[in-house]
Design a protein around this ligand. Structure first.
Ligand code: GCB
Length: 605
C-alpha cells in the first residue's frame, strides 16, 4: 500500500471509513522526554483535547498557546474482526507540521508537511476484533527546510517560540478529520479525469490506477441517478450526451463509479463526484467552458475562534453562505491547501478555487508585508537549505495536485505566495516547481504565484512562468495610505502601465489588496482603520482595476479577520476582513455585494 494515497476516504460495498474524531489524550512535551520515556506506548496524564482542532486556543495560559516543539496525541480504536485480510490504514487529513505515528507502540509512519493528508498502513500492526492504540508525536517547529518557512527562537528562559516568516498564526496539531479505513488488497489506488466539450456533449477522458490486474469498469450517473455513460478498461473515454456542465453557481455533479471485478465477483468499488467543465487561458481571458469568467472573491484562511485552523464544518457552511450572499465566485486557499471537505463543498456550490501550496515565507522577514517595498534583500534562494526545501516543496506540489486534481472547483494552482523573486537565483527553483505542476496535473490547469509588492514588471525574475499573473498589492495601505491615497492611485497606475507594456496579452488578477479595518471604528471624514477608509481604499483600487482590460479578477484580502502572531502591526490579528472573524459583515461587505452583483460573469471578456 502506498502511503501517499490521496483518494478521499469514502465507503462503498468493498470499503470502510470510520471517523476517529473526538477527544484524544494530549500532552505537551516541554521537557523533551516523550521519546526517551516511551510515550509511544501511551501518553502520560489525563488531559484530553478535541480532534480535529488546533491545540492553541483552548487553554488559558500563554505558555501553552505559544508552545513550540513536540505535542503528543493518543487514542484507542477498535478494528473489527471482519476486516482481517483487508488493507487497514489510518488516514490523517493533516498533521501540522510533522508527525511520527506509532501503532501499538511500533513505528508506523513519519510524515512532513502540515497541510496535506497521509495514509498510515497498519494492516500488520493491529490486533483484529480488538482495541488498538495510536500515538502521534506532532512537531510544530518552523524551519527553512520545509514549507511554510520560518524559524524557532529560544528565549533566555529556555522556552521556544515560533517565528513565522508569514502573517498568520502558527496553529498546529491534528487539525483535520482522522479516519480508520479498510479496503481490499486489490483496490483502486487513484483516478484522473479530464474533459473535452463537443457541442452539447462532452468527452470524459479517464485513467484509473489499481494495485492488481483484474478488469476495471467505470460508470457515470447524473444527479437523478440515471446512467449517463459507461466504459471499461483502466483508461478510456466516456461519451456524455447533452452533458450538464459544471459552472459558476451551477455545481452540477455526476457520480463517477469505478469497479474492479473478477467475473461476477466485485473486488473493489470506489465512487466520487466530478463536474464536467474545461478551464483555459486564452489571450487576456480566463475561460471556463470556453466562456470568459471574471474572478470575484477572496483570499481566505482556515481560521476561527477556539478551533483555530481546525476544520470546522459549521464555519465552512457559514463561509459559503457569506460568499454566495456577497456575490463572490472564487477564493484562493491562501496560504496552504485546505481541508478536503471545503473543496467538496465548493464543487457543490459552483465556486471556483485557486489552490495554493503552503510555499509562503520565502522572503526572510517577520513583516514581509511591510518590508517588501523597502528594498530589503534576503537572498533567500541562495541559502544552503534550498535543495532540501525544494525537494519538500516538489513533494507538496505533487501531493496537492494528486489530492485535488479531480475537483471541478479547482481552476488553477498557486505555487508560491510572495517569494523573493527580485533575485535571479529564484528562477531555477521556480522552473522546477512550475514544471512539476504541469507534469502531474492531468488537466494542465493554469499555474501562477502571488507576487509581493517589490516584484514588479521590471524586477520580477519569474513572471514569465505564470499562465496568468497574480499580484498582491497594497497601494493606499502599506504604501501611501490615508490622505496620500491620490498619490497611491497614481503610483498604482504607473505600475499597471508597466505590466501593460511587459505583458499585455495575459490575464492579470489581484490575489490580494485590502486595508485593515476595525469593525468598531466609524469616522467622518475617514481615517485609516475606519470602515469609511476601507471603502475609500476599495473604491480607489477598483477604479484602477476597471481601467485595465487585462485585469481578469479581484480577490480581496481577506474574507474575514484572522489570527496572527502578536505585534505592533496587528491588533489581535489581521483586520483586513470584509467580514469579522465571527463572520458578520463590515460596511465594506455591502459595498462588495453591490459591485459584485452588478459585474457580469464575463466582465472584461
Ligand atoms: C500579504 C500576505 C498575507 C498578509 C497580507 C497583509 O501580502 O500575502 O499573508 O496577511 O499581506 O495583510 O499584510
Amino acid at each position: 500500500m502506498r502511503t501517499c494515497q490521496m483518494l478521499y476516504p469514502a465507503e462503498s460495498s468493498s470499503r470502510r471509513a470510520v471517523s476517529m474524531d473526538g477527544m484524544w489524550k494530549f500532552s505537551l512535551d516541554e521537557r523533551q522526554e516523550g521519546e526517551k520515556n516511551g510515550w509511544k506506548n501511551g501518553v502520560p496524564g489525563r488531559e484530553m483535547i478535541p480532534v480535529p482542532a488546533s491545540f492553541q486556543d483552548f487553554y488559558t495560559d500563554k505558555d501553552t498557546r505559544e508552545y513550540t516543539g513536540d505535542v503528543w496525541y493518543e487514542t484507542d480504536f477498535f478494528v473489527p474482526g471482519e476486516w482481517e485480510g483487508m488493507e487497514v490504514g489510518i488516514r490523517f487529513g493533516c498533521a501540522t507540521h510533522c508527525a511520527q505515528v506509532y501503532v501499538n507502540g511500533k513505528e508506523a509512519a513519519y510524515h512532513e508537511g502540515g497541510f496535506l493528508p497521509f495514509l498510515v498502513p497498519v494492516t500488520e500492526l493491529v490486533a483484529y476484533n480488538a482495541f488498538n492504540k495510536v500515538v502521534v508525536r506532532v512537531n510544530n517547529e518552523l524551519s527553512e527546510t520545509r514549507i511554510p518557512c520560518g524559524a524557532v527562537k529560544v528565549l533566555k528562559n529556555g522556552k521556544k517560540m515560533s517565528k513565522p516568516y508569514f502573517d498568520f498564526y502558527n496553529y498546529s496539531g491534528l487539525q483535520r478529520p482522522v479516519k480508520l479505513v479498510a479496503f481490499p488488497r486489490e483496490h483502486v489506488e487513484d483516478y484522473s479525469v479530464r474533459f473535452e466539450l463537443d457541442g452539447a456533449d462532452a468527452l470524459v477522458h479517464y485513467t484509473v490506477e489499481t494495485t492488481g490486474e483484474h478488469p476495471v469498469s467505470v460508470e457515470l450517473y447524473d444527479e437523478e441517478q440515471k446512467l449517463a455513460a459507461s466504459a471499461s478498461g483502466k483508461e478510456g473515454t466516456l461519451h456524455v450526451a447533452d452533458a450538464h456542465r459544471w459552472d459558476v453557481g451551477d455545481g452540477y455533479l455526476y457520480e463517477f463509479r469505478i469497479r474492479i471485478a473478477d467475473g461476477e465477483k466485485l473486488i473493489d468499488e470506489y465512487a466520487d463526484r466530478i463536474g464536467i467543465r474545461t478551464v483555459e487561458i486564452a489571450g487576456r481571458n480566463i475561460l471556463l467552458n470556453g466562456r470568459p469568467v471574471y474572478l470575484k472573491g477572496f483570499g481566505k484562511h482556515e481560521d476561527s475562534d477556539i478551533a483555530g485552523r481546525g476544520f470546522n464544518i459549521n464555519v465552512m457552511k457559514r463561509d459559503f453562505e457569506c460568499m454566495k450572499w456577497i456575490g463572490a465566485n472564487c477564493f484562493r486557499t491562501s496560504h496552504y491547501p485546505y481541508s478536503e471537505e471545503i473543496y467538496r463543498m465548493a464543487d457543490r456550490e459552483g465556486i471556483l478555487i485557486i489552490d495554493e501550496v503552503a510555499a509562503v515565507g520565502m522572503f526572510r522577514s517577520l513583516m514581509n508585508f511591510a518590508e517588501a517595498s523597502s528594498g530589503k534583500q534576503t537572498s533567500f534562494f541562495t541559502s544552503p537549505t534550498i535543495p532540501q526545501l525544494l525537494a519538500h516543496h516538489l513533494q507538496c506540489v505533487e501531493d496537492m495536485i494528486c489530492r485535488d486534481k479531480n475537483h471541478p472547483s479547482v481552476i488553477a494552482w498557486s505555487l508560491f505566495n510572495e517569494p523573493e523573486t527580485t533575485d535571479v537565483s529564484s528562477t531555477a527553483y521556480f522552473e522546477k516547481i512550475f514544471e512539476k505542476a504541469a507534469e502531474v496535473d492531468p488537466q494542465k490547469r493554469p499555474r501562477t504565484f502571488a507576487m509581493i509588492g517589490n516584484s514588479g514588471p521590471d524586477t520580477c525574475k519569474c513572471q514569465h512562468l505564470c499562465d496568468f499573473l497574480s499580484l498582491n498589492r497594497y497601494y493606499g495601505w502599506y504604501l501611501l495610505g490615508g490622505y496620500e491615497l491620490s498619490d497611491a492611485e497614481e503610483a498604482f497606475r504607473q505600475e499597471m502601465d508597466g505590466w501593460v507594456k511587459k505583458s499585455p496579452e495575459r490575464p492579470l488578477i489581484f490575489t490580494e489588496y485590502g486595508a485593515d479595518t476595525s469593525a468598531a471604528e466609524h469616522k467622518l471624514p475617514s481615517v485609516m482603520w475606519s470602515q469609511e477608509y476601507q471603502e475609500e481604499y476599495l473604491e480607489m483600487s477598483h477604479r484602477v482595476f476597471d481601467s485595465y482590460d487585462f485585469v481578469a479578477g479581484e480577490l480581496v484580502w481577506n474574507f474575514a479577520d484572522f489570527q496572527t502572531t502578536e505585534g505592533i502591526m496587528r491588533v489581535n490579528g489581521n483586520k483586513k476582513g470584509i467580514f469579522t472573524r465571527q463572520r458578520q459583515p463590515k460596511a465594506a461587505a455591502w459595498y462588495f455585494k453591490k459591485r459584485w452583483e452588478s459585474l457580469p460573469r464575463d466582465y472584461k471578456g
